[in-house]
Design a protein around this ligand. Structure first.
Ligand code: COA
Ligand code: AMP
Length: 623
């Protein structure tokens, strides 16, 4: 098999392998050193290479003669607007916005926080930062001001770039008041806030701090890409960990660009000129990698879709976009198709459109449940390809290696380790588990290019979370197994992270919020199964002795608190007052059993439990 020999080469001779892949991108100075290891097996890719990620995404396409090819298609059913940019036009827009940022004193190494809906200006802002070597930190528009404030304090941005509003199906959500509130709550104050005014809601600008995007651009000069070291950070992307403080995943420029380019051919079998659509959001890692950087670096046309799989206006939306723009490769989260299937079970809307351009559908972000896989296969007659990855890795750890050869998919499996990722299943002692036996999924170091280099401002946390638990390995936080044919099955997180509609959230963070209510003595949050969203959080709380608040009032207040602090996407809709929480004799809450009870699954009573009768009490409350 071609895959096996490529995989073997990537693991046995990584420097040679990645030197070869590095040749596929346009460096300002090609690296002499391919890999430089630290004492602990982690290290830096291409340390003496020099390049610019915006140059690779834009100018390199002009040099390759693709100036008149469409680079970006903006399709927005919520505003009834479609707009295309050629590589030439996108380069000009980005160069001018880079000039505008530069005029505000933003330069290499400065951070810029981007809080934007799915409009072209979000992509332009990201690429403009990359052009001047500034580090962007995009925050998903569904996060509430408190979450934005936490990120402002951590990244300490010099500027914030935002828009006057986002649009969720038919709701216009003013963004500016959220940003104002976030800046008020944060200790760090950015020097300026650049606002793109949308006609659906205009924002009021504060004269001493806020700047109008269009005015800035009208007075700016285009800027050429500045050379940066391969190891200089390109972006920080915050993701949920096990505590209330999100982790700022840091991505470098060089390793990232090489990985993006390689993944487009290996994982997606994309060619220059293909239309690639990642139906996600620029606020998530999928958006960073596969709406913005990878397709553009690879000379593909990318689609930026401001809508939902359903209700904008119906469950035929995805098929309509594929037809209208001749999409060749589609990538989204299983939740999106569960929503489509729920509303259009016989796929009647699919028959209204011609999707013959579509070659493959890729799914990731959460486990691809076999019923969704089968429905999609039957309805589209297309290869449906599951692949597994994380914000931390930035690209697929396991995939069907279609760029080399397509292997027969197995429902429920993300297929094989991607070349570069030495995936191992380890038992609790850190020993390699037997075939078919579930364990923790770990990656033997070194990680390939493109993976996180550290956590912003907290290298100790990076070391302690990912490298220290099993020396010589990166701990993924996922559990799973490998079958006798080498297929990898990812079964879910082994920590306090849950996946709600393809969005990664921390139950630990929600617990901190519930526990901050004055009437709550103790609490826990578990991710219960949900037919549409995969998982939804459910809170269980113990009321403090002497608290007089009515239980239903408390439950409503707790739901509202989570919505206020994290945002509507947290989807904590149920907070339940219980008499007691099941614990081990040493006082640890038995979250796994609670989740099994919430899901109506069989459970075994743990031998360490303090009082087994509590489980029956909880079961009765759920039923
Ligand atoms: N800005 C502001 N609010 C947002 C938002 C954004 N960018 N995204 C979601 N929200 C809000 C929604 O309006 C909703 O608010 P409500 O409780 O007031 O109605 C809440 O957050 C929950 O949103 P969501 O989880 O998206 O649920 P939904 O019922 O609106 O839609 C799906 C359900 C399945 C259609 C939707 O979750 C979806 O498209 N999922 C695919 C996710 C995806 O692509 N993930 C990317 C990973 S690859
Ligand atoms: P995120 O960092 O938001 O991309 O979420 C990463 C987590 O999503 C992983 O650690 C997994 O738990 C889950 N995940 C992503 N893709 C898959 C997949 N294909 N199969 C199973 N779980 C997945």
């Amino acid at each position: 098999m071609i895959y096996h020999s490529e995989f073997k080469r990537s693991i046995e001779r990584p420097k040679e392998f990645w030197r070869q892949q590095a040749k596929l991108i346009d460096w300002m100075q090609f690296p002499e050193t391919i890999w430089e290891a630290n004492d602990n097996g982690h290290g830096r890719w291409f340390p003496d290479g020099v390049l610019n990620s915006s140059d690779l995404a834009l100018d390199a396409n002009l040099r390759a003669g693709r100036g008149s090819q469409t680079a970006l298609i903006y399709d927005s059913p919520v505003t009834n607007c479609q707009q295309s940019y050629t590589f030439q036009q996108l380069t000009e827009e980005v160069a001018v916005f880079a000039g505008a940022l530069n005029r505000q004193g933003i330069a290499k190494g400065d951070r810029v926080l981007i809080y934007m809906p799915m409009i072209p200006q979000a992509v332009i802002a990201m690429l403009a930062c990359a052009r001047i070597g500034a580090i962007h930190s995009v925050v998903f528009g569904g996060f509430a001001p408190h979450e934005v404030a936490v990120r402002i304090d951590d990244a300490q941005p010099k500027a914030i770039v935002t828009a006057s509003c986002g649009i969720e199906t038919d709701k216009v959500l003013p963004y500016k008041p959220l940003v104002d509130s976030a800046i008020d709550q944060a200790c760090h104050k950015p020097a300026c806030c650049i606002v793109f005014q949308r006609p659906q809601a205009r924002a009021e600008l504060k004269p001493d701090r806020d700047l109008d995007w269009n005015e800035l651009v009208a007075n700016a000069e285009p800027l050429a890409p500045v050379p940066v070291q391969a190891t200089d950070p390109l972006y920080i992307l915050y993701t949920s960990g096990t505590t209330g403080k999100p982790k700022g995943v840091v991505r470098d420029n060089g390793g990232h660009a090489v990985a993006m380019r390689y993944s487009m051919s290996m994982v997606y079998d994309a060619k220059p000129g293909d239309v690639f659509w990642a139906a996600s959001d620029v606020g998530w890692v999928v958006g960073h990698s596969y709406i913005v950087y990878a397709p553009l670096i690879s000379g593909c046309t990318t689609v930026l879709y401001e809508g939902k799989p359903v209700r904008t206006p119906d469950a035929g939306a995805f098929w309509r976009v594929c037809q209208d723009h001749g999409v060749n490769l589609l990538f989204t989260a299983p939740t999106a198709f569960r929503a489509v299937r729920k509303e259009d079970p016989e796929a009647d809307l699919l028959r209204k459109y011609n999707i013959s351009s579509l070659r493959r559908i890729f799914l990731a972000g959460e486990r691809l449940d076999p019923p969704t896989y089968e429905w999609l296969s039957e309805q589209t007659h297309l290869p449906i390809l599951d692949h597994w990855w994380q914000t931390e890795t930035g690209w697929a750890i396991c995939c069907n290696p279609v760029g080399l050869e397509m292997v027969t998919p197995k429902p429920g499996s993300a297929t094989f380790p991607t070349p570069g990722f030495d995936v191992q299943i380890l038992d609790s002692q850190g020993h390699v588990a037997d075939t078919g036996v579930q364990g923790q999924v770990a990656i033997r170091l070194p990680l390939p290019p493109g993976c996180l280099t550290t956590i912003w401002g907290d290298d100790d946390r990076f070391q302690n979370t990912y490298l220290a638990p099993i020396p010589g390995y990166y701990s993924s936080g996922d559990g799973g197994y490998v079958d006798d044919e080498g297929y990898v099955f990812i079964m879910g997180r082994t920590d306090d992270v849950i996946n709600v509609a393809g969005h990664r959230l921390s139950t630990g963070e929600m617990e901190e919020i519930l526990a901050s209510h004055p009437a709550v003595a103790e609490c826990c949050v578990v991710g219960a199964h949900d037919n549409l969203k995969g998982q939804v959080p459910i809170g269980l709380v113990l009321v403090k002795d002497g608290a007089t608040i009515a239980h239903d009032e408390l439950e409503d207040e707790l739901v509202e608190m989570v919505r206020e602090r994290i945002g509507a996407i947290a989807c904590l809709k149920q907070a339940m007052v219980v008499e007691r929480l099941p614990k081990t004799r040493s006082g640890k809450i038995l979250r796994r059993v609670i989740r099994q009870i919430a899901d109506g699954e069989e459970y075994t009573i743990p031998s360490t439990i303090d009082d087994p009768a509590i489980l029956e009490e909880i079961r009765q409350q759920f039923s």
